[in-house]
Design a protein around this ligand. Structure first.
Ligand SMILES: [Zn+2]
Length: 475
């Protein structure tokens, strides 16, 4: 009996041990799942509605999406990552969104400065483009822009240019996210003889690229109300509607545009677009420097995404967009650099700073456009303005893993009382150390991994040399 008892006890103990072990031993490998990437930071700036900043935090990424965000130790206990970006002395935030640019115009920066928009376009840019811009020019110019954007912490941009296949292919290889607007303009352009041909080409491009790669989103680019007649604008909207894609368009950029619209149509640009039904589909409106007071509600009503480009607006004296007023009315506002020939770079940190300062000085009120609002315009708010508010712009579970690390090592960050203030009013492109798009590392420790910079700069210089020589020999 005694022996049996001991035997039974041992058996029971063994069973208990086995049970305990099977629970613990089997559970621990199941609890720690293996994922693609963990990005850590002394601060993780989420940029969702909560306004939360996680101290000593981390973002877990798998399959191109964010799977968890939280304190670094929590993330480390739950996940094992194949790759990791260390967070000591760094801030993690959503990648910046450049809502309006013409990337390949990197090759034309500095070709004509210090003049206003219409003279710049008609005398210099349109003729130079028709003469020199081809598929290869666009490929090289876009690759150069991609290298500059990656190194500066931009992860998504909205492009509007010619030869959109070259843009899409260049961005496909560099790894950024892009909305590629195939330009429609009713005059001879580098890739079409007139508006009808350029619209047909844009539609063909959008059809071929739609759904092909989640990072490359084809859209239609309508140049403006002063380069496209109402009938053509209506045809563009109808085509976009049929394709199910948004339209990007320059709107109310200069006083010239307001005056010519008044002369030709006895109305103002936003009213004109509204009257012809152009605003009935998703619209990304670049600039909107001169909206009339009664036009602002139309932008809200049609959920138009307005992209503010302060550098360009200042450099070519287009004016000061009433951003604070539009935000207060409920307009979705993002930020952009405009093309690098009116800026003359692709630096979103500079746009954030200028956007804030320009509103403050023009309203003589330092409370307008505080740092957090401006950072939102470059991230989550910008994502909403370009129709990707659910997918990117904030570091929340389920969103695409588009994020960057900013190093706090530079003396200009010392001391630090408020991380958001420093990101907007201090940080520069050079402080960005890592860039991740769709879970893929495009830059690590300040080194761009997806663009062959020596080759691209060599090709860009060679192209610029040809342009310079041809312009010099032109009487
Ligand atoms: Zn533009």
């Amino acid at each position: 009996m005694h022996n049996l008892n001991r035997h039974a006890k041992r058996h029971l103990l063994g069973a208990l041990l086995l049970f305990a072990c099977s629970a613990a031993c089997a559970e621990s490998p199941r609890r720690v799942s293996t994922i693609d990437l963990i990005v850590a930071g002394d601060y993780v700036v989420i940029m969702d509605e909560s306004g939360q900043v996680v101290k000593d935090g981390a973002v877990a990424v798998d399959g191109g999406r964010i799977v968890a965000v939280g304190p670094r130790t929590d993330i480390a206990s739950k996940f094992r990552a194949r790759r990791a970006l260390d967070g000591a002395g760094k801030v993690v935030l959503p990648g910046l969104i450049n809502g309006h640019t013409h990337a390949a115009m990197t090759l034309l920066r500095g070709i004509a400065d210090d003049i206003e928009l219409i003279e710049w376009l008609q005398k210099y840019i349109f003729p130079t483009e028709v003469r020199f811009v081809d598929a290869d020019f666009v490929r090289v110019g876009t690759e150069l822009a991609c290298a500059e954007m990656i190194r500066g912490g931009t992860t998504t941009f909205v492009d509007m240019y010619y030869f959109p296949d070259s843009v899409a292919e260049a961005v496909e290889s560099c790894g950024l996210r892009v909305l590629v607007a195939a330009s429609v303009i009713d005059q001879k352009s580098p890739d079409a003889a007139n508006g009808t041909e350029s619209l047909a080409k844009a539609v063909d491009f959008a059809r071929r690229w739609k759904g092909r790669n989640n990072r490359i989103i084809p859209i239609i680019g309508a140049h403006s109300v002063y380069t496209l007649k109402p009938d053509m604008l209506k045809r563009i909207r109808a085509a976009a509607e049929e394709l199910g894609v948004p339209i990007s368009i320059h709107v109310s950029e200069s006083r010239f545009e307001i005056e010519t619209t008044k002369q030709n149509y006895h109305t103002t640009p936003i009213h004109l677009l509204n009257d012809i039904g152009f605003l009935d589909g998703p619209t990304i409106a670049a600039h909107v420097v001169w909206p009339q007071d009664d036009e602002i509600p139309l932008l809200v009503q049609h959920e138009v995404g307005v992209i503010h480009n302060p550098s360009s607006n200042m450099k070519i004296s287009s004016g000061i967009a009433p951003i604070a007023k539009m935000l207060a009315a409920g307009v979705r506002v993002g930020l952009g650099t405009d093309g690098p020939a009116t800026n003359n770079d692709l630096d979103m940190w500079e746009e954030m700073r200028l956007a804030a300062f320009l509103q403050k000085v023009s309203t003589m009120d330092p409370k307008v456009l505080p740092a957090r609002t401006v950072l939102n315009m470059a991230t989550h708010g910008g994502a909403e303005a370009i129709g990707l508010g659910e997918e990117i712009g904030a570091l929340t579970v389920g969103r695409r893993a588009d994020l960057i690390q900013v190093s706090l090592a530079d003396v200009h960050f010392v001391p630090m009382y408020d991380v958001i203030s420093h990101l907007v009013y201090v940080a520069d492109e050079q402080d960005v150390t890592s860039v991740v798009v769709d879970g893929r590392i495009l830059m690590r420790d300040g080194k761009v991994l997806t663009v062959d910079e020596p080759r691209v700069t060599r090709e860009a210089r060679a192209l610029a040399e040809r342009i310079r020589a041809a312009l010099a020999s032109t009487p």
